[in-house]
Design a protein around this ligand. Structure first.
Ligand SMILES: *[C@@H]1O[C@H](CO)[C@@H](O)[C@H](O)[C@H]1NC(C)=O
Ligand SMILES: *[C@@H]1O[C@H](CO)[C@@H](O)[C@H](O)[C@H]1NC(C)=O
Ligand SMILES: *[C@@H]1O[C@H](CO)[C@@H](O)[C@H](O)[C@H]1NC(C)=O
Length: 582
């Protein structure tokens, strides 16, 4: 080798080494920055929690004779009555719930932010004496804007970006006298149903700490199910209110989209139209959901957001007691219900028949193509680009890794995998195929049009049978950890109603028995593929966990849906058990 060559070689080597060192250093620096950001957020949350603890302590010291614990046992209807009558003071109620929420949070990790403004709100609460939620402390999901606080959606890029104003729902509920006092945890990016993210960690199930609380409104369901909140607000774009409600044994309601203003609800998939999202209430009983809807559906909301149809709560429809014609299906042809889901459904159906209602078989048409061509393809119409862009520049939570991995495969890899998988696992191949989303605006329009036709096809069949409402199974029981991200296929029962944009709610009706658990050994699933096998593993070990059913109505008949839920609650044994919180 000549000296010249040697010099060149060493120069190139130095350059390569230099580049590697610089890149590694920059990566390390980036990592440090991210870690600092996360640590700051956690420190902020922890400081809020200690401050709340101190406030509760001071309140107790100032009111030595006052026993706060019976307050959190009252159902909402009784609580509001006692506050209005003056036998309970709003400050006692707020501190009682703050105390309980802190205790529940220590066990479940469900809080992201304590809203200490709630204590200040007490000083002017008297001016809201006429409000429907006068003096009621409420919890809100992380992504619902509260002035001065982050709406992280569990992603780093939305951290340190406090809301400049309250969301419409928070504004309206405050005017009705409600006192938002805590924000609750969500999955990273909101598009998963296991409640874990790199910022605030994982929230667990109040009924069994070894199980997930579900998501995306998981912190809400865990806190309410654990008794630390009496009323909460969640959002639902595929089951995000209903799944955690079902997993934690509480009631949840997804109204018709835009019946309740979505202004100020943050998301990582803004702009999505194929599947609709809704804000809705979560609580221990149906009456509380109805009260929250009544409080929201007022002039204030219609003025603050004129895009919301000005339809006040139809009390007459809610209170109606005429016998109903109830459509039903037990198996949607996509996910075979788990044994407890099926039993919960069958028992409810029987009880409704005994109560004098008429039950009529009904089946949502073409579930297989609907799941793939409309729902999955619609949810990732952009090829998941928008969602993935929110996960950049930080750690990806283990709970979402297996879900998002295929999103980031190049198009041709998806195509090749699809061809390979098709003969053995046709369902997985079909999903991979649609993960590329739609290719053009023309194709998106075509898809929207096809979905409109599908919705009208379902409505036509519904009308043909002269149905009032529909009863169907609800996903459950709560899963073991790390399965949600692998089982988006299990969303078929819930996400269909985001596609159809029908109001729908869940009511817990029973708990998993040893017999249900034993029957899992014979579960084969509608396809017998990897997903069906995973589903069994996910729900194993569920004895004692709550199981729910879903109640559905046609769009804008939200009050009829709630009335049907109340009916289900009334006939079911779960309602009769005195201890409804886990
Ligand atoms: C709660 O989350 C933190 C991270 O913020 C984690 O370190 C802790 O283990 C979690 N606790 C539970 C009970 O999961
Ligand atoms: C699921 O969780 C239950 C209860 O914690 C446990 O007994 C069971 O082994 C778990 N199963 C799987 C497959 O993880
Ligand atoms: C079920 O709960 C409702 C309140 O939501 C109550 O009015 C009703 O009496 C309960 N039914 C039974 C059988 O306990």
């Amino acid at each position: 080798m000549t000296d010249m060559n040697r010099e060149w070689t060493s120069l190139v080597a130095t350059l390569i080494c230099g580049t590697v060192v610089t890149v590694t250093f920059l990566k390390w620096l980036g990592h440090q920055k991210v870690q600092k950001k996360i640590q700051r957020a956690r420190a902020r949350r922890d400081a809020g929690l200690s401050q709340a603890q101190q406030t509760v302590q001071e309140f107790k010291e100032k009111n030595p004779g006052l026993d706060l614990s019976p307050i959190v046992d009252l159902p909402l209807a009784k609580l509001t009555k006692q506050i209005r009558a003056g036998s309970l003071q709003p400050d006692a109620v707020l501190h009682a719930y703050m105390d309980k929420a802190l205790e529940v949070n220590r066990k479940l990790n469900c809080s992201t932010d304590v809203l200490m403004e709630s204590v200040k709100q007490l000083s002017e609460i008297e001016s809201h004496r006429d409000g429907l939620l006068y003096g009621v402390p409420i919890s809100i999901k992380d992504n619902i804007a509260y002035k001065g606080h982050d709406c992280t959606c569990g992603v780093l890029c939305k951290l340190d970006d406090p809301a400049v104003m309250d969301s419409v729902v928070v504004t309206v509920l405050k005017r009705q006298g409600a006192i938002p006092f805590i924000k609750t945890n969500v999955p990273q990016g909101l598009l998963n149903y296991e409640c874990s993210n790199p910022i605030y960690g994982m929230t667990v199930n109040p009924c069994n700490l070894q199980k997930t609380c579900g998501g995306s409104s998981g912190g809400e369901a865990a806190l309410i199910g654990g008794g630390g909140s009496i009323l909460g607000l969640g959002t639902d774009i595929g089951g995000s209110i209903r799944i955690p409600a079902s997993f934690c044994g509480i009631c949840g309601f997804k109204p018709t989209s835009n019946r309740i203003s979505l202004r100020g609800a943050n998301s990582c998939v803004k702009g999505i139209k194929s599947v609709t999202s809704s804000i809705g209430p979560m609580a221990r009983d149906v009456e509380s959901l109805a009260l929250c809807m009544r409080a929201l559906l007022c002039e204030d909301m219609f003025t603050l957001d004129p895009t919301v149809p000005p339809l006040p709560f139809n009390q007459q429809l809610y209170e109606n007691t005429d016998r109903l014609r109830i459509g039903y299906y037990e198996n949607d042809g996509y996910l075979q219900p788990s044994p407890s889901m099926a039993r919960a459904f069958q028992e409810t159906k029987k009880l409704l028949e005994q109560a004098g209602h008429t039950l009529v078989p009904f089946k949502p048409p073409e579930m297989y193509t609907t799941m793939h061509e409309f729902i999955v393809k619609g949810a990732v119409a952009d090829g998941a680009v928008t969602l993935l862009s929110h996960l950049k520049g930080g750690p990806v939570d283990p709970s979402v890794q297996s879900q998002i991995m295929p999103y980031s495969f190049p198009r041709f890899v998806k195509k090749i995998l699809c061809i390979i998988l098709k003969p053995i696992y046709p369902r997985m191949a079909a999903v991979l195929d649609v993960l590329n989303g739609v290719n053009s605006v023309a194709e998106l329009w075509k898809q929207h049009h096809a979905i409109e036709n599908y919705i009208h096809q379902v409505i036509a069949e519904w009308k043909e049978l002269e149905l009032d409402v529909l009863l169907c199974p609800m996903l459950g029981p709560a899963y073991n950890f790390s399965y949600c991200g692998k089982l988006t296929s299990a969303l078929s029962y819930t996400i269909l109603y985001n596609l159809l944009n029908f109001p729908v709610g869940t009511v817990p009706v029973t708990t998993v028995t040893a017999e249900d658990e034993a029957k899992l050994s014979h579960y084969r699933g509608n396809f017998g593929d990897i997903w069906d096998k995973l589903f069994v593993k996910a729900v194993r070990g569920g004895v004692g966990l709550p199981v729910a059913v879903q109640c559905v109505s046609l769009p804008w008949q939200d009050e009829l849906c709630l009335r049907f839920m109340r009916e289900v609650e009334n006939v079911c044994a779960y309602n009769k058990s005195s201890n409804k919180t886990c």
